[in-house]
Design a protein around this ligand. Sequence first.
Ligand SMILES: [Zn+2]
Length: 124
Amino acid sequence: MSEDDRHCEEILESGERCSAWKIANSAFCLMHTPAMRDECQKMRSRGGKRHWTLDPETFEAMEIRSLEDCREYMNRALVLVAQGKLNPTTLQAMSSAITAMARLIDMSDLDKRIGLLEDKVNKR
Ligand SMILES: [Zn+2]
């Protein structure tokens, strides 16, 4: 068994191989074993600490209710991409989802404003 065989086979965004040790019966370390990723996520959120340094899978879910939130979400994603922690392809997918979200929020805001205007007009 060569030295390399004992290390996780995940290739990081930086192009380097993950340097963590493999866990038993897996080609990956604890962080990169698909079955363990959810578990890690849970452990992390239980701790209530924000970790941005692990991998794209850990991008923190946030509730998006306003255009401000959309901006915040994309900001976070862009920082991660710049740091090499988020795959640009993932960013693209996130970006088109967030654009759709922003459009929906915009439309419902407009709808509310029109509703208010209609109320005013009807009360006259
Ligand atoms: Zn790994």
